[in-house]
Design a protein around this ligand. Structure first.
Ligand SMILES: *Cc1c(COP(=O)(O)O)cnc(C)c1O
Length: 238
């Protein structure tokens, strides 16, 4: 990384933190309750580590293979590691013991498989359930209709602890459109919180990315996953 690249990265992190702070204040909430996850896909171990040394305390990865390579290179030292991408059951075993939170649990089957792997290792894995809030065919995630029954099924497993909800809303074509999805997520989050299931704690509502995190915070997000606003455009976007 060159000096100017490092300066740019530092500047981006400060800007994002400032914007989170302002959005939280505007919503009458404390900035301290908003968790910033740096979505670091396609960024080198060196860049991820530089971000961690300059104020990032959670890194989120999308691909198991990439995560393992960067893990070996020490990319995540000094930070928490989250998994936020599509997860195949045969790769779960590589994550258990490394990831503080698996955010993208998109089916009951995947939740059960994670619980099994975690139990084998004597660990309780924190997870979020991913909701397909736009009901898009192209996206994975639980339908909001199935959410309560899946929670009931998974809540009895000792290998996982459900800590909240995550969603990637449809690409929005206007400001109000994404607010509507975020609002629905907040509704689900509050409904489930009130039900007080054993072994389920609605601690995290993970919605909001580079283009819409301020809206997400205004709708109750307390975890935002930000890639490009921190690391710049990914190679395929340039
Ligand atoms: C890449 C990614 C993000 C961050 O997206 P940006 O638009 O670059 O901020 C957030 N969540 C998930 C699941 C991602 O894959």
């Amino acid at each position: 990384m060159t000096g100017p690249q490092l300066e740019q990265l530092k500047e981006n992190i400060q800007q994002v933190k400032l914007r989170i702070q302002q959005a939280a204040q505007k919503a009458g909430r404390s900035p301290d309750e908003i968790h910033l996850v740096a979505a670091s896909k396609m960024n080198s171990a060196e860049r991820v580590q530089a971000a961690i040394q300059n104020g990032i305390s959670i890194a989120g990865e999308n691909r198991v293979q990439e995560l393992l390579e960067k893990y070996e290179q020490g990319a995540y030292e000094g930070a928490q590691l989250h998994f936020i991408g599509t997860l195949q059951t045969n790769k779960i075993k590589y994550l258990i013991g490394k990831t503080a939170l698996i955010q993208s649990v998109s089916s009951e089957k995947l939740g059960r498989a994670i619980a099994r792997e975690a139990e084998k290792k004597g660990i309780c894995q924190d997870i979020l359930l991913e909701v397909n809030i736009g009901m898009e065919e192209s996206k994975s995630g639980l339908s909001s209709n199935s959410l309560l029954s899946v929670i009931e099924q998974l809540s009895v497993l000792s290998g996982i602890h459900i800590r909240g909800l995550m969603a990637i809303p449809p690409i929005s074509h206007g400001h109000n459109e994404n607010l509507r999805y975020f609002d629905r997520m907040r509704g689900l989050f509050i409904d489930i919180s009130k039900k007080r299931y054993d072994n389920v704690s609605m601690d995290f509502l993970s919605i909001g990315m580079s283009n819409d995190f301020e809206d997400a915070i205004s709708c109750g997000a307390n975890m935002v996953r930000i890639g490009t606003a921190i690391f710049g455009l990914r190679p395929y976007m340039r």
